[in-house]
Design a protein around this ligand. Structure first.
Ligand code: NAD
Ligand code: ZN
Length: 341
């Protein structure tokens, strides 16, 4: 099959012919229809320090996809060939304390599709039956292809009760914007999103986020005054991975505020912990999606009318993957979705 492979320990990905993955008795082979590019894939393309430490070479990478079941393992009972599916990219052990308690998202031994094991930037991907998520007919292919990052947004946004709360989202990347949309739909009073990139700020305005703040030009505290907020944000969703953004969040939270942190700061956030203490903040780290409650909620949000299509700014053929990665690397895109057929 054709696949985008991290073939050499250097910058880039290469389209190569590789064997179709073999499936075990409990696995499902999926023919990939659409692949989306994740920020993680950009790290892998760039071959930064994290990628060098983490990604085995050579390996097919990628983990955001939608497709159709092509083959099932001998012990698979839940799914049939031809079913339209996506899949959870965190493969959990099923044996550790958290897994046994039904908290698979907290598994101690999680392996990532396209990170620790072969991924979905290929004509076919193999995952355990357990990880398969059937996609209902009323969910478009391109939307299902970005369920992995949408799940990050949903899991982060739903970490705390949002009804009537004022919510700050730092970072208007695809995940931040989706998080802000989810917060609004989940009953938040005011939703404020910040970024410093004009393209991202425009995208946030386009999807109708209440208050879009250019953190490079505006002071968040002035914005709060202008929109009638007196005390501070009740809930924060950190979706930028940028230390100044997270520090401004801590400065503008109300006492007792709750923050869910998805953004990854490569060199740490460098925050003043005394502020966390005296503001009596609750901080929660987020990794991945809840298995499988987040998937249930994602599908429900989409079926309830949440439209993710505007987040997709590039729809291209897989052969144009270089163009797609260029758009992602520039920071001036929303999601990039690539068609295999
Ligand atoms: P992204 O890089 O597309 O978006 C981050 C945004 O933050 C960008 O638009 C950038 O301009 C903005 N930003 C930079 N400095 C800022 C500042 N000072 N104030 C406000 N905004 C600022 O990333 P994404 O794909 O939307 O993902 C969001 C974050 O979540 C990233 O840090 C990513 O690494 C992380 N992530 C974590 C997980 C997890 O499981 N924990 C999963 C996926 C992504
Ligand atoms: Zn486990």
């Amino acid at each position: 099959m054709r696949a985008l492979v991290k073939a050499k320990p250097e910058v880039g990905l290469w389209m190569e012919h590789v064997p179709v993955p073999e499936i075990g008795p409990n696995d499902v082979l999926i023919r990939v229809k659409k692949s989306a590019i994740c920020g993680t894939d950009v790290h892998i393309w760039n071959w930064d320090q994290w990628a060098q430490k983490t990604i085995p070479v050579p390996m097919v990478v990628g983990h955001e996809f939608v497709g159709e079941i092509a083959e099932i393992g001998s012990a698979v009972t839940k799914y049939r060939v031809g079913e339209r599916v996506s899949g959870e990219g965190h493969i959990v052990c099923g044996k550790c304390r958290n897994c046994r308690a039904g908290r698979g998202h907290l598994c101690h031994y999680t392996k990532g599709v396209g990170v620790n094991r072969p991924g979905s930037f290929g004509e076919f991907v193999a995952i355990p039956e357990y990880n398969v998520v059937p996609i209902p007919d009323d969910v478009p292919d391109e939307v299902a292809a970005i369920f992995d990052p949408f799940g990050n947004a949903v899991h982060t946004a739903l970490s705390f009760d949002l009804v009537g709360e004022d919510v700050l989202v730092t970072g208007a990347g695809p995940i931040g914007i989706m998080g802000a949309m989810v917060a609004k739909r989940s009953g938040a009073r005011k939703v404020v999103i910040t970024d410093i990139n004009p393209v991202r700020l425009d995208l946030a305005r386009k999807v109708g986020i209440d208050h879009v703040v250019d953190a490079s030009k505006e002071d968040l505290k002035d914005v709060m005054t202008a929109i009638g907020m007196t005390e501070g944000f009740d809930v924060g969703l950190e979706m930028s991975g940028a230390p100044p953004a997270f520090r401004s969040m801590i400065d503008t939270m109300n006492n007792g505020g709750k923050i869910a942190i998805l953004g990854i700061a490569p060199d740490g956030f460098g925050i003043d912990w005394n502020k966390v203490i005296f503001k009596m903040l609750t901080l929660k780290g987020i990794y991945g999606r809840e298995m499988f409650e987040t998937w249930y909620k994602m599908i429900a949000f989409v079926q309830g009318g949440l439209d993710l299509a505007p987040i997709i700014t590039h729809r291209i053929k897989i052969d144009d993957f270089r163009e797609g990665f260029e758009a992602m690397r520039s920071g001036n895109s929303g999601k990039v979705v690539m068609d295999w057929y």
